[in-house]
Design a protein around this ligand. Structure first.
Ligand code: HEM
Length: 189
């Protein structure tokens, strides 16, 4: 690894697209915790429902319904802290071009964009993933990725972002909707 590990801009990375200077962007996994405000709100909603004796929110007469609401509250507590694991790593593969079993041309074609899909589609072995580490020179600053690149070539990342958005916003709304339905029916009983 010739370079010092650092955060690179997208603009800088795409310039390294030649045989004697070749950098690749491949996403990797790091474990970090992120805080979900919507699940915190959800937890407080169910906490109040089950623990406070307020007439307006404590309308669940049935014990089974109360238990269900308590479980949903506990699950939302667990989801307040989310594990996020995606980072865009930069690799200086210049010294490896000649010896790459797939050839140098294919590597050069993967420069200037997110090469994660290219790398994964080949079905590289664990040894290849170990080898990658030798060429790691830092991460890419996500805010420097142009919008077009983010939508066109950062598909894998965008998809995982969409699914986490569904989990973060639609799921709490659905759960609250179900809670109100349960409350409505338990009132009628
Ligand atoms: C740091 C980046 C990369 C490293 C360290 C790497 C390493 C390797 C290694 C060790 C192999 C031998 C087979 C294996 O062990 O899986 C291989 C094969 C191959 N790689 Fe890569 N590779 C990298 C990036 C890429 C990229 C971006 C492409 C673009 C599509 C690519 C395409 C191929 C192909 C086509 C083969 C041949 C597969 C075969 O013949 O079955 N590689 N690579």
């Amino acid at each position: 690894m010739g370079e010092e590990e650092k955060v690179h801009s997208f603009e800088e990375v795409v310039k390294h697209n030649k045989k004697d200077d070749c950098w690749l962007i491949i996403s990797g996994k790091v474990i970090s915790l992120s805080f979900s405000f919507s699940f915190l709100l959800l937890f407080f909603f169910f906490f109040l429902c089950t623990n406070w004796d307020l007439e307006i929110i404590c309308l669940f007469e049935s014990m089974i319904l109360k238990k269900i609401i308590m479980i949903i509250g506990d699950v939302s507590l667990l989801l307040i802290l989310r594990v996020v694991f995606e980072t865009f790593n930069v690799y200086d593969v210049t010294p490896f071009l000649e010896e790459h079993p797939g050839g140098d041309e294919i590597m050069l074609m993967s420069t200037g964009k997110d090469a994660t899909a290219d790398f994964k589609d080949i079905g590289h072995s664990n040894d290849a993933e170990e080898k990658m580490k030798e060429f790691y020179i830092g991460e890419i600053d996500a805010s420097t990725i142009p919008f077009k690149q983010q939508t066109a070539t950062y598909t894998a990342n965008r998809d995982s972002g969409d699914s986490s958005k569904i989990l973060l916003y639609i799921l709490p709304l659905l759960i609250i909707g179900v809670a109100f339905l349960l409350r409505f029916y338990s009132k009628q009983e």
